[in-house]
Write a protein that binds this ligand. Structure first.
Ligand SMILES: Cc1cc2nc3c(=O)[nH]c(=O)nc-3n(C[C@H](O)[C@H](O)[C@H](O)COP(=O)(O)OP(=O)(O)OC[C@H]3O[C@@H](n4cnc5c(N)ncnc54)[C@H](O)[C@@H]3O)c2cc1C
Length: 505
């Protein structure tokens, strides 16, 4: 059977693209090499616990957030409950300070001004800058937004808001604030976007923060798997097909036009690869991987030249923990806790910390039990530790060395968490660790990254990879093609990509 569109990968962007195409009565096939849909937006069950592999929180969901319209169109609003995180934006802790940053602008200014009275006017300036940015993004003329649909959004923002061009997050914070602890606190969740404040584009940092201060933060009740499953069901209900364990090995190109793919059935590896024909091929798999591995040299040469020059984003180490007790009973009361270790005295110290021994690295702890997460029965909870990490720390080990290292690092972090929340170790029922190598193996993302290309100031805009490739009828959609990385970006990327494809129909 021939398809209108074949989508390589069922990560969030692939699912959103597939859902919109299916809704528009296009015949869609999604081929997924893994055993489930969602890519990183997935989870698994251990006894009483639903473990979420990725989502800590989703930004936005305020009135003008473009995701709202997408969620309405794809019936997400009727099927998925978004739970507001009510314990504030996050708790920031280092060896000198320990405080909570509220998620409402006025509350954040007043709490932080009380702690740092001489920074009051700077805090007002900073938050005004963030809110102006959200206003600016919503007031970009429609014609420019239309242009953004065929390329990355950030250049449009840069050209509309010139004051942002060329700055890093570190530059931005240094230009406004004096106090190093305050800067460190405001950069608390920067690890979600980059491993270095002096590399991360200021606009990406500011957009992420402004969206969170405008709409607060939310979690998907029941876990990210609910959203992925809903989108997969939506696609199937509208006549689309999703096949698992099907690894695409080649994108078929004739002349300069993509016309289908070849895939292997991982369940029956002795079978010949299967060819399937489609009017459009949409790649949700990682851009550098697809260009280097799935397209013949003849067709990929110019794409390779461009893509292989770009820096790939960092990865993370995650420890998933299931507790047979609510951590509130142990006096713990924040959903997100950012822990910076001793020796972190300024933003300039952050990057080097990522290469420190694991017993001395900064980390973030998420306690899903602080909200009605729908992940566990009452009185139990799950949590995740998140640490910046790199594939090179995990490659080239024997199986025994890899297992030993995973156990050793799990122990380190269980002990460190026990220092943060005394007694917590006694209530751990299950623990599992995901390394950058786990992530690479499960999703085929280079470096095991989940944010695509590094969001440096030069790559965040002009050089970020485009949705539309130079090969006709071949499109890309993922964290690799949209600024920001993460749930919002991939959802918008999937949508943006399909609007292009539908235009061509
Ligand atoms: C631990 C962790 C925590 C996170 N927390 C948050 C958070 O709190 N908030 C937030 O906004 N974001 C978060 N993120 C980031 C977010 O999860 C990702 O940015 C997003 O899910 C990426 O989606 P994607 O569509 O780009 O594709 P991916 O999830 O990368 O999926 C790509 C899919 O393509 C498939 N594929 C690859 N190659 C092939 C092939 N040859 N054939 C067939 N299929 C193929 C893969 O198997 C995969 O399913 C987190 C990520 C991680 C790892």
């Amino acid at each position: 059977m021939d398809y209108d569109a074949i989508i390589v990968g069922s990560g969030l962007a692939g699912l959103v693209a597939g859902a919109k195409l299916a809704k528009e009565s296009k015949k869609v096939l999604i081929l997924e090499q893994h055993i489930t849909s969602g890519g990183y937006a997935a989870g698994y069950i251990r006894g009483d616990y639903q473990v979420d592999l990725s989502l800590h929180s989703m930004d936005g969901l305020y009135e003008l957030d473009p995701k709202i319209k997408i969620f309405e169109e794809l019936d997400v609003v009727f099927n998925i409950e978004f739970v507001k995180i009510t314990t504030g934006y996050y708790r920031y802790k280092n060896s000198r300070v320990d405080f909570n940053i509220p998620d409402k602008v006025e509350d954040a200014i007043s709490t932080l001004s009380e702690l740092y009275p001489t920074e009051k006017s700077n805090l007002e300036k900073f938050f005004k800058t963030l809110s102006d940015l959200t206003e600016d993004t919503h007031s970009i003329p429609t014609s420019k937004v239309k242009q953004a649909l065929i390329g990355p959004l950030v250049p449009i923002l840069y050209s509309s808001i010139p004051k942002w061009g060329g700055k890093t997050a570190g530059d931005l914070l240094d230009s406004i604030f004096e106090n190093e602890d305050l800067k460190l606190a405001l950069a608390g969740t920067l690890q979600y976007y980059s491993d270095d404040p002096y590399k991360l584009s200021a606009i990406i940092f500011a957009l992420a923060l402004s969206s969170r201060f405008k709409g607060g933060t939310h979690y998907i009740k029941g876990g990210s798997v609910r959203l992925s499953n809903h989108l997969a069901d939506f696609i199937k209900e509208k006549g689309g097909d999703i096949l698992f364990n099907r690894r695409v090995t080649k994108i078929l190109v004739k002349g300069n036009r993509a016309y289908g793919v070849e895939y292997e059935n991982k369940e029956r590896e002795n079978l010949e690869p299967v060819q399937v024909i489609g009017k459009f091929v949409i790649v949700n798999a990682a851009v550098p991987y697809a260009i280097n591995e799935l397209i013949s040299d003849k067709h990929a040469r110019s794409l390779k030249d461009k893509v292989n020059k770009l820096e790939v984003g960092h990865s993370t180490l995650n420890i998933y923990l299931c507790f047979n007790k609510s951590l509130k009973d142990l006096g713990h009361n924040s959903y997100t806790t950012v822990v910076n270790v001793e020796g972190i005295n300024s933003l300039a110290d952050l990057e080097a910390n990522n290469k420190q021994d694991y017993s001395n690295r900064n980390y973030i702890f998420i306690d899903y039990g602080q909200i009605d997460s729908g992940l566990t029965p009452l009185g139990k909870t799950t949590g995740t530790i998140c640490v910046i990490d790199y594939l090179e720390n995990w490659e080239g080990l024997t199986e025994d060395e890899y297992t030993y290292k995973k156990q050793e690092i799990t122990n380190i972090f269980m002990n460190r968490l026990d220092t943060l929340i005394p007694g917590v170790k006694n209530y751990i029922e299950y623990v599992n660790i995901s390394t950058p190598l786990t992530k690479k193996n499960n999703t085929l993302n280079p470096n095991g990254t989940s944010i695509g290309f590094a969001q440096t100031r030069s790559q965040a805009g002009m050089k970020r990879f485009k949705v539309k490739s130079s090969i006709r009828n071949l499109y890309f959609t993922s964290a690799w093609t949209f600024p920001g990385g993460g749930y919002s970006s991939t959802i918008l990327s999937g949508w943006q990509c399909v609007l292009n494809v539908l235009d061509e129909f």
